[in-house]
Design a protein around this ligand. Structure first.
Ligand SMILES: *[C@@H]1O[C@H](CO)[C@@H](O)[C@H](O)[C@H]1NC(C)=O
Ligand SMILES: *[C@@H]1O[C@H](CO)[C@@H](O)[C@H](O)[C@H]1NC(C)=O
Ligand SMILES: *[C@@H]1O[C@H](CO)[C@@H](O)[C@H](O)[C@H]1NC(C)=O
Length: 493
C-alpha cells in the first residue's frame, strides 16, 4: 500500500520536459477474507462478486474467437488502455454487437493513433497521470470505469481529474453509466427471511454483544476504527476482524480467512446471530455503497451505517437502517441501540421491508428494474461488457452526428463535447471518524496517509490537465511543488 511520501516516485515523461508524481499505488482493498471469492447460495442461485476484475464472466460471441479487427474494417475501435482489463477471450481484439451497431474492442496499444480508434477505456484504479497516453488525440473520447472508492485513486475525485474523461461508469447515479447498485443482486436478496428474533435474543443472553464489527482493512479514508473505538466505550461491540479485534470466531475453519471468506455460508450464519452490524464504507462518497450495507440487510441485521450521505434515497423504506451521522455523539448512538436492543417491537420495525409490500421506495425498485446490467444474471451483460457497449453506442452516435454535420454544416451543428463532471465521483476530503482533524497529531497514520493522498491526487489531476491543455504556468507550479517535496525527502534521509 502506498503510504504518503514513502510511495512517491519521480517519473520523467519523455518529450514533455516535466515530472509527474506517480500516485498512490494500486491499493486493492482486501477485506476479511478478500472479496474475490464471493460464493453464497441464495434463492437457489450462486451470487458471485460484481467486481470487474473478479469472476463476473467474460462475454463471448458464440461460434467466433476471431480477432474482429479484420472483420470490422470500417467499425469504430474501442481501445482498453488499462492493462489486465479486457473482457474478451482469447485474442487482443473482438467484434462486439451493441444495440446501436457493432464496434471492435481491442487491447492492442499499437492502434492508439489509428483514426478508427474512437475511444480509450480506462480502469480508474490503474489510471496514473504519469502513464496517461499523451498527446491526447482530439477525435478520441476517454471513458472511465471506476466502481471503487477513491481509496484506489484520489486523482479522480478532483474536478481536474474527472474532467479529463468524457464518459464514466462509476458508483454515482450522475455517472453516464451508473453502477450505484453494483452490490445489490436484486429485491429477493433483501427479502430473505431474518434469523428469528428469539434466537438472536438467546445469543444475547449467552453473552454476545448487540453489535458486530468485522473489518480487517483498518486504516482507510473513512477512518472507521476511530469511531468504533469511541463507541465501544458506551456499548459492547464484538469485533472479529483484524481491526479492534476483541473476540475469536468460534472455529478454526471460520478463523481461517482463506477457507471462510466473508461470503462463506457458515460464516454468514454465524454473523446473522447479531442484531446490529457496524457498517462503514472505506470512504465517504455520494452513492458509494457496498456489501457492507447490503449484506447485513440480507442477513436481517440492522446496519449501523456510515458511508454514502445519500444512502436514504436507496433504502427499501424510510425505516431500515441506522445512520451514524444522525447522532450527535457515539454515546447517543449507543443509547439508541441499547433502547432498540431492549424493545423488540421497535427493533422489528427496522425489518418491515422483508414483509410483503414492505419495500416502498419506488426509486430503488425502478433503478433495479431499469438497470441494463446484471449482478451474476445470465440474461444480462455484466457491467464491464455493458459499459463497453454503452461507449460503442455513444461513438456510433457521435460518428453519425459528425457525418451529418460534414454533409450540411449550415443545418446541422457539430456534436457538443461531452465531459465528465465532479458529481460522477463525489468524494470530499477525508475527515476523521471521530473528533476534529486539528486535534489529531500529524504523525497519526490516517492523517499521514489519506489527507496527503487526497492532495497528491489534486496535484496529479491538475498537472495532467495542464499538460493536455499545454498550460505552462500550471506545469511550472507543479514542478515547483515536486521539487519542494523532493528536497524535503532528501533532508529527512
Ligand atoms: C416513512 O414512511 C411512512 C409510511 O410510508 C410515512 O407515514 C412516514 O411519514 C415516512 N416518514 C418519513 C420521515 O419520511
Ligand atoms: C472530451 O473531454 C475533453 C475534456 O477533457 C474535451 O476537451 C473534449 O472536447 C471531449 N471530447 C468529446 C468527443 O466530447
Ligand atoms: C493555466 O493554469 C492556471 C493555474 O491553474 C490558470 O489560472 C490559467 O487560467 C490557465 N491558463 C489557461 C490558458 O488555461
Amino acid at each position: 500500500m502506498a503510504v504518503g511520501l514513502a510511495g512517491f516516485v519521480l517519473v520523467v515523461l519523455p518529450g514533455l520536459g516535466v515530472c509527474l508524481a506517480s500516485g498512490p499505488g494500486p491499493v486493492a482493498e482486501v477485506e476479511a477474507g478478500g472479496e474475490a471469492a464471493w460464493a453464497e447460495p441464495w434463492d437457489g442461485a450462486v451470487f458471485r462478486p460484481p467486481s470487474p476484475l473478479g469472476s463476473v464472466g467474460v462475454a463471448h460471441r458464440s461460434g467466433s474467437a476471431g480477432p474482429g479487427w479484420e472483420e470490422g474494417l470500417d467499425l469504430p475501435v474501442l481501445l482498453w488502455w488499462s492493462p489486465g482489463l479486457f473482457p474478451h477471450f482469447p485474442g487482443d481484439s473482438e467484434l462486439i454487437e451493441c444495440p446501436r451497431g457493432a464496434c471492435v474492442a481491442s487491447r492492442d496499444r499499437r492502434v492508439r493513433g489509428n483514426p478508427r480508434t474512437r475511444a480509450l477505456l480506462f480502469y480508474g484504479t490503474d489510471f496514473r497521470a504519469s502513464e496517461a497516453p499523451l498527446p491526447r488525440l482530439a477525435h478520441q473520447s476517454w471513458a472511465l470505469l471506476h466502481e471503487e472508492s477513491p481509496l484506489n485513486n484520489y486523482l479522480l475525485s478532483h474536478a481536474a481529474g474527472i474532467r479529463l474523461f468524457n464518459l464514466t461508469a462509476t458508483f454515482s447515479r450522475h455517472s453516464d453509466y451508473p453502477l450505484s447498485l453494483q452490490w445489490l443482486p436484486g429485491i429477493a436478496y433483501l427479502r430473505r427471511a431474518a434469523t428469528p428474533l428469539p434466537e438472536r435474543s438467546e445469543w444475547r443472553r449467552r453473552g454476545y454483544a448487540p453489535l458486530l464489527y468485522l473489518q480487517s482493512h483498518c486504516d482507510v479514508p473513512s477512518d472507521r476504527d476511530r469511531y468504533v473505538r469511541e463507541l465501544m466505550r458506551y456499548i459492547p461491540v464484538d469485533s472479529y476482524g483484524k481491526c479492534l479485534q476483541n473476540r475469536e470466531l468460534p472455529s478454526p475453519r471460520l478463523q481461517d480467512t482463506t477457507t471462510a471468506t466473508t461470503e462463506d455460508l457458515e460464516l454468514l450464519t454465524f454473523l446473522s446471530r447479531y442484531k446490529f452490524h457496524l457498517a462503514f464504507e472505506n470512504a465517504i462518497c455520494d452513492d458509494y455503497m457496498t456489501e457492507k450495507l447490503w449484506r447485513p440487510m440480507h442477513l436481517g441485521a440492522v446496519p449501523v451505517y456510515r458511508g454514502s450521505p445519500s444512502v436514504r434515497d436507496w433504502m427499501p423504506n424510510n425505516h431500515s437502517i441506522i445512520l451514524i451521522n444522525d447522532f450527535e455523539s457515539p454515546q447517543k448512538l449507543a443509547e439508541f441501540i441499547d433502547f432498540l436492543d431492549n424493545n423488540d417491537e421497535e427493533y422489528m420495525k427496522y425489518l418491515a421491508y422483508k414483509q410483503p409490500g414492505g419495500i416502498t421506495n419506488q426509486f430503488l425498485l425502478a433503478s433495479l428494474r431499469h438497470r441494463e446490467w446484471g449482478v451474476n444474471d445470465p440474461l444480462l451483460p455484466n457491467y464491464l461488457n455493458g459499459f463497453e457497449c454503452f461507449v460503442c453506442d455513444h461513438e456510433l452516435a457521435r460518428l453519425e452526428a459528425e457525418k451529418a454535420h460534414a454533409a450540411s454544416p449550415g443545418d446541422t451543428p457539430a456534436p457538443e463535447p461531452h465531459i465528465a463532471q465532479p458529481s460522477h465521483m463525489n468524494c470530499p476530503m477525508p475527515t476523521p471518524g471521530f473528533g476534529n482533524v486539528e486535534e489529531i497529531t500529524e504523525s497519526d497514520s490516517w492523517k499521514e496517509m489519506w489527507v496527503q493522498d487526497y492532495w497528491q491526487g489534486l496535484d496529479q489531476g491538475e498537472a495532467l490537465a495542464a499538460m493536455i491543455h499545454n498550460n505552462e504556468t500550471q506545469q511550472r507550479k507543479f514542478w515547483d511543488y515536486l521539487h519542494e517535496i523532493f528536497m524535503k525527502r532528501n533532508q529527512n534521509l
